[in-house]
Write a protein that binds this ligand. Sequence first.
Ligand code: UN1
Length: 506
Amino acid sequence: MSASSRKSETIELMGKLGVKPEALEGGDLAVYSPTNGEKIADVKKSSASEINAQIEKAHEAFKKWRTVPGPRRGELVRLLGEELRAAKDDLGRLVSLEAGKIPSEGAGEVQEMIDICDFAVGLSRQLYGLTIATERQDHRMMETWHPLGVVGVISAFNFPVAVWSWNAALALACGNAVVWKPSEKSPLTALACQAILDRALKKFGDAPEGLITTFIAERDGGEVMVDHEKVALVSATGSTRMGRQVGPRVAQRFGRTILELGGNNAGIVCPSADMDMAVRAIAFGAMGTAGQRCTTTRRLFVHESVYDDMVAQLKKAYLGVTIGDPLSSDALVGPLIDKEAGDNMEKALEAAKAVGGKVTGGERVDVNGDASYYFRPALVEMPEQTGPMLEETFAPILYVTKYSDFEDAIAMQNAVGAGLSSCIFTLNVREAETFLSAVGSDCGITNVNIGTSGAEVGGAFGGEKETGGGRESGSDAWKAYMRRATNTVNYGTALPLAQGVSFDID
Ligand code: UN1
């Protein structure tokens, strides 16, 4: 498929989603499709003063939105979910075009957006607080949850739309305003989301102007938002390196953060594992999304009794997996996002070989010429956990190491900086429960007999250590988007002081 037809497909899809062709021309940020490396748009970046004005406006909108009853706020989220349902095919294809995902993963990402909208609509009728036993006579103690303020969202190219929706759906239901800075590698899907949202806002009718907006910028634009005092919460998804900058800068002004940073996720395959299930789960976890999920399986510890069998089955999967253009084939593995990602993959494989790694696959595959970066996923047998295995490389590389002692396997699984996702394949209840226990995996996501990736929205999503500690999406992650007030009410005639303190002024 030629470059010009890809560009015209972009214009056509964006048009169907509600973005005018003028928005794709004449700007100062070039956008490339990783599917063939060709330029598909030039979009306009916002200046610092425009971003500041947008945040000020969002803050004004917040002051009105926080007074709107929760279930009415939920109606806006419900309308967004409806618009997303209608736009699912086109937006999913745009995700493939801009981020290189295979069609079912592009559509799956939009489904994840719809799911979180459904979740947040229900949430808008809850937002519940506790009542707590008080030590004082004729008193009542309770917690109330209030809207927080402007939520600044920084998202990454690899989930260019779903991560925004996790934040936006919850933040809106919780009574906040939202300002979004998408990755500069995926601004088009963001512009499309804003257009979809604008239709929901129009149907809703009376949402305050500037309540939820998007700006396109590079790092310096993100910094404007990170440093802005009226951004109460910065929810940032990206590398640990990015989080090390954002976290302290927001903390400096006593703002809040939700950090969703790197992952170096591992699986453990035990002697009793259902091998067929394990191979399929590991293949999806490690090769799916071309290894570009924060939840991608990157390390595998296999018991020595099943090691040869597992490696043989994985090699077959790695050598047989189809690699191709996600827009014109039904391949399972699409491109890496750009040249830098390809270089990083090659560097990591060289480093692995230098410490004794035996590599299967990993070679560059010519799908659409030199300007796109397609690779066969790499399976690397490592004599021990060392070198690049200890770091996250955002590419489809799976390091495999043998273990003999179960406790060692858990120790190796925990011996890296990141703590996002983990899994175990076993039919042995002692192993499974130990893995899930306090002395087991130290990650935020710990699974049994399913892979590390592909979490559903109902659970809290995020991880520990260098993953940043934040939680988004389901369970009680909404609490991070609200402020908690503890209320004690005295309905009696006396004024007893807590802890038995007396302070009689007459
Ligand atoms: C990410 O890669 O940033 O669990 C998010 C998963 C997806 C979300 C991934 N539901 O793989």
